[in-house]
Design a protein around this ligand. Structure first.
Ligand SMILES: Cc1cc2nc3c(=O)[nH]c(=O)nc-3n(C[C@H](O)[C@H](O)[C@H](O)COP(=O)(O)O)c2cc1C
Length: 391
């Protein structure tokens, strides 16, 4: 047997082991080489699946993320001009997290009308005049390698500085510091759907890569889909998911087809009589059918916790993320006390979630993603040239 092995000089690390004449091959059976080679290929495939980590890139539709670290939306209450427009604070704040290696930055709750803000210091996108400042912010984040989402929202009955907050029903948040809201008329609800769509169009014009709708933490969309806060007798009360579904459909029309839409949901409510994860799964099913691509799984926020209090243990919301992921076969973002890198890594490795969002950890450390990559053995952090000597 003098013919050279057909794998001689071929590509791949496994080949050099067999760079022998078949006569010298340890197996002395040329046909085995083929079998061994395909086994090696399969093994490599399997290893790459097993090696899915926090730093494995992730693609959904046209959104390509360099890693699975998401900056959770976090209000900065820093719009000192009270005009809803991002300023220097927002610029430095978000660009630092981009330099710090974050895969996806979700800009904080950004409201569709002035009275939809929690406070007058919140961001907003209620006019076309807002677009240039957001474009500058988005371009800046992109320049430092992160992708950008923005959380579009309305605070509803939790709008603290509105003279008269609006809500699905005239039920105040059960805390004396909140005002009595007025119930929106059916016509006003339809107008509100359009306000979400207009804000989404402006966000797309500003260049965002994805949009997140805030359907959690007791804000307007959540108020509509909760039996505790929606006591309406029109169509929006008969079908609790209807407002959310119409918002999703209207927003989708303003987004390019390849741009994913994220929906943030409270998986359970903690007020006495609040809904359970089964209700959140049914809502998520309706929202998925309406055009949502990713569910961002949080919990609570609708009122003071009753008998069922959140544990706030590391990863306390992860079981909800996994339940929604499994029930709907939809990508999910897990969030909540996940800032220990090994824990965040395990959420991805164990396939509890597709992405991990970090909130307070990124307030403490803008370079959380880089430091997590350093801490997790074998991961290659993306350190900017200027900072290389620090590592
Ligand atoms: C200062 C601050 C502001 C927040 N603002 C928002 C917000 O705008 N939208 C939202 O959905 N959640 C908001 N959250 C909740 C976070 O997105 C996140 O879900 C929560 O902090 C839990 O994650 P963590 O344990 O990693 O901080 C905020 C949290 C903090 C600490």
């Amino acid at each position: 047997m003098t013919a050279r092995c057909k794998y001689e000089g071929g590509p791949g690390w496994g080949i050099s082991l067999f760079r022998l004449d078949c006569a010298d091959c340890a197996y002395n059976r040329p046909c085995n080489l083929e079998r061994i080679f395909s086994y090696v290929v399969e093994m490599k495939k399997e290893m790459s699946v097993l090696k899915t980590s926090l730093f494995t890139p992730y693609t959904i539709k046209n959104l390509e993320l360099k890693n699975r670290v998401v900056m959770a939306p976090m209000c900065q209450y820093s719009v000192t001009a009270k005009d809803g427009i991002p300023n220097d604070w927002h610029h430095v704040h978000y660009l630092s997290r981009a330099i710090g290696g974050t895969g996806l930055i979700i800009i904080e709750m950004t409201d569709v009308e002035p009275d939809g803000r929690i406070t007058d210091y919140d961001l907003g996108l209620w006019s076309d005049e807002h677009i240039p400042a957001y474009k500058k912010l988005v371009d800046g984040i992109h320049a430092h390698g992160s992708k950008v989402g923005i959380q579009i929202a309305h605070a509803g009955r939790k709008a603290e500085d509105a003279a008269e907050p609006v809500a699905p029903s005239a039920i105040a948040y059960p805390d004396a510091s909140y005002k009595q809201p007025r119930a929106l008329t059916t016509e006003e609800v339809r107008g509100m759907v359009q306000k979400f769509a207009d804000a989404a169009r402006r966000a797309v014009q500003a260049g965002v890569d994805t949009i997140e709708l805030h359907g959690a933490h007791g804000y307007l969309i959540h108020q509509f889909h909760s039996p505790v806060t929606n006591k309406r007798d029109d169509v929006y009360g008969q079908e609790l998911s209807l407002f959310g579904v119409e918002v999703i459909q209207a927003v989708r029309k303003e987004m390019p087809a390849g741009m994913p839409l994220i929906f943030r949901i409270s998986a359970v409510e903690y007020v006495d009589g609040g809904y359970d994860v089964d209700h959140a799964i049914e809502l998520s099913r309706a929202y998925q059918a309406a055009g949502v691509d990713v569910i961002h799984v949080s919990s609570g926020g609708e009122g003071p916790a009753g008998a069922r209090k959140p544990g706030n243990y590391p990863g306390y919301q992860v079981p909800f993320a996994r339940q929604i992921r499994e029930a709907l076969n939809i990508p999910v973002i897990a969030v909540g006390a996940l800032d220990e890198p090994a824990l965040a890594q395990s959420v991805i490795g164990n396939e509890d979630a597709d992405l991990v969002a970090v909130g307070r950890g990124l307030l403490r450390d803008p370079y959380w993603a880089t430091h997590a990559a350093v801490a997790l053995r074998g991961e290659k952090p993306s350190i900017p040239e200027q900072y290389q000597r620090g590592y």
